[in-house]
Design a protein around this ligand. Structure first.
Ligand code: ZN
Length: 205
């Protein structure tokens, strides 16, 4: 809690309800984790919610509007997702942010969530090199080119189940670039967990 939290009463980032950073109704929309098919990524991908409505507002509130308290809520649902994706011990590898974006947000937002997941180790071993543009508005091909060769691996996760953690999956370009970079460093990614999926829902997957 910061001094600002004491002055400003919190409101739910999902729906605006007063008195909490995330109300029970919006929290209930995060999960259970659902497997989704994302061609080209490799390991299984799981999402907690679709990227719309309250779930989208929670992600944006956390990522862009400074609702940092939400890391505890997201951490709780990511912990549940880990139990669904495989056997522990788990290590979370946060998908890296662009350095300028992380600076503007006062730190790496996915690392902040990973650190709230008490049952997992955290290995922030991925970095984006210089020259990566914001991917918003880019086509799938442009997103791939934007990241090609620019995800750097600086360290090794401990042995166990390695899970890449990201906030939104759209084309899968970020996830596949991260998985590829880890593979190049001899690290197998067992699963990808995302908070939300902006992909069209395809039943039966
Ligand atoms: Zn709410």
């Amino acid at each position: 809690m910061t001094a600002l939290d004491l002055v400003l009463p919190s409101t739910c980032a999902g729906c605006g309800l007063h008195g909490t950073a995330c109300c029970a109704t919006c929290f209930a929309g995060l999960g259970p984790p659902e497997p989704i098919r994302v061609p080209g990524v490799g390991p299984p991908v799981w999402t907690l919610a679709a990227y719309h409505g309250a779930a989208r507002e929670l992600v944006l509130g956390f990522k862009e509007r400074g609702a940092r308290a939400l890391s505890a809520w997201f951490g709780a649902v990511v912990a549940c997702a880990l139990i669904a994706v495989g056997q522990g011990p788990w290590t979370l590898v946060p998908a890296p942010s662009r350095r300028s974006a992380a600076r503007e947000r006062g730190g790496d937002h996915m690392l902040r969530i990973a650190r709230e997941v008490e049952i997992a180790s955290v290995a922030p071993v991925l970095r984006l090199g210089a020259g990566v543009a914001d991917s918003v508005g880019l086509t799938a091909g442009a997103r791939r080119r934007n990241l090609a060769g620019r995800v750097e691996v600086c360290g090794r996760p401990p042995p166990g189940t390695t899970v890449l953690l990201d906030d939104v999956i759209t084309t899968g370009a970020t996830a596949s670039a991260c998985v590829r970079a880890l593979r190049g460093a001899g690290v197998r990614t067992h699963a990808v967990v995302v908070l939300t999926s902006a992909r069209p829902h395809q039943p039966g997957q």
